[in-house]
Design a protein around this ligand. Structure first.
Ligand code: NAD
Ligand code: ZN
Length: 357
């Protein structure tokens, strides 16, 4: 048995207002004149947050459009633009949701690794450390702040650059930054965390390491999302830690059915990660009976709409594409259903599930 020896984020600061420490955190990471580049979620353009970014010298803010989830083309263009403008940079700081954080990780790696980011979609293909990188979440739930991957859609596949060089050098967990997140978006991304917990805790890869983080994250999700309550600052505080703990849980286990099926939706239809997982979770009581029942209660308590019928009218060829993408996520299925997963989740069964969504 080979145990996973995984690389973690090097530095973590947590607390309301911890964003104000960014200048002093970055100071020792500056290399001469080489600028710090801040990739900021385009939602914040024209808002107050960019005024608090500690710009020095040739530092630059680049607003990133995250209407669609990150693409290898987008990463390559950002890295090429920075190389052309500055030669080298001191670091890449991602400020935003999972999409912006993933862009920051990938651009950091592509500042030093040759070729296209598409060449590195897979496991342990990155061989050279990127430039210094920091992640600052403004939405909580994906766990992208702690993970060793950056999920990218490339010309041939949707797959992460999974490597020991991918985790951030620093994360700044300041729950104040999430306070303006729209109710629906906050719920979808929060449910990503809830679903990570269910898939990890109900999976065959579970061990005490994953369980201890998963149990904690699940408890926090229940405190936040069960019952009809006003949203409070304390919920933002808790959800940020739930995201972190949920990410740590899957780091040592794996996700499961909702993610495996949702990857097919996102590849074919561009359905975003959080909402896609919710659409699938709504229909998989066969695999996670208690988790799905509780999820539906959370949806009702928070008065959230989960889209239905998104696969109606698709062609056979389109269903085949989704099935191929989903079936390719072998570790997810194995975690969910065990070594003989292919006997349980047949192509016919998966097609019937997609037809329900
Ligand atoms: P997101 O980053 O895609 O952002 C969703 C929307 O929320 C965007 O319109 C954005 O502009 C807006 N937004 C962000 N912060 C806001 C705020 N504070 N106030 C108002 N609006 C705000 O959403 P997400 O769910 O955080 O991330 C999903 C992405 O994360 C996907 O691309 C997915 O592939 C990736 N992901 C990565 C990992 C990983 O381990 N690397 C894990 C899970 C998901
Ligand atoms: Zn997820």
């Amino acid at each position: 048995m080979q145990f996973r020896n995984f690389k973690m984020v090097s530095y973590v600061v947590y607390g309301r207002g911890s964003f104000n420490q960014l200048d002093s955190i970055l100071e020792p990471q500056r290399k001469g004149e080489a600028p710090m580049i801040f990739l900021v979620d385009y939602f914040f353009e024209g808002k107050a947050l960019p005024n608090r970014v500690p710009l020095r010298g040739k530092d630059k803010i680049i607003y990133v459009d995250v209407t669609h989830e990150p693409k290898t083309k987008q990463v390559d263009a950002l890295a090429a633009g920075l190389k052309a403008e500055f030669g080298t940079v001191s670091g890449i700081i991602g400020i935003g949701g999972g999409s912006t954080m993933d862009l920051a990780k990938a651009v950091s790696l592509m500042m030093t690794n040759p070729g296209s980011s598409a060449d590195y979609q897979g496991w342990d293909l990155v061989k050279v450390a990127g430039v210094y990188k920091a992640g600052i979440p403004t939405l909580s739930g994906t766990g992208a702040e702690v993970s060793r991957t950056t999920v990218l859609t490339g010309p041939e596949r949707k797959l992460g650059m999974n490597s020991d060089f991918t985790p951030f050098d620093q994360i700044v967990l300041d729950p104040e930054l999430t306070k303006d997140a729209p109710v629906n978006q906050r719920f979808y991304t929060g449910m990503d965390c809830y679903i990570h917990c269910i898939e990890s805790l109900e999976g065959t890869y579970l061990n005490e390491f994953s369980k201890s983080y998963g149990d904690k994250a699940l408890q926090l999700c229940r405190e936040i999302f069960l019952g009809q309550k006003e949203w409070t600052d304390s919920n933002d505080d808790k959800l940020m830690m739930a995201s972190y703990a949920g990410g740590m849980s899957i780091a040592y286990s794996q996700v499961g059915v909702a993610h495996a099926v949702s990857y097919g939706l996102s590849y074919l239809l561009g359905t975003k990660h959080g909402i896609g997982n919710c659409i699938v979770m709504n229909h998989i009581e066969e695999y996670y009976p208690a988790g799905v029942a509780e999820f539906k209660k959370m949806v009702a308590d928070n008065n959230i709409y989960i889209p239905e019928g998104i696969c109606s009218g698709l062609t056979d060829a389109q269903f085949e594409t989704m099935i191929n993408v989903s079936m390719g996520m072998k570790p997810l299925w194995e975690n969910a259903l065990g070594k003989n997963w292919q006997e349980i989740m047949t192509r016919e069964k998966l097609r019937a599930l997609y037809e329900k969504l």
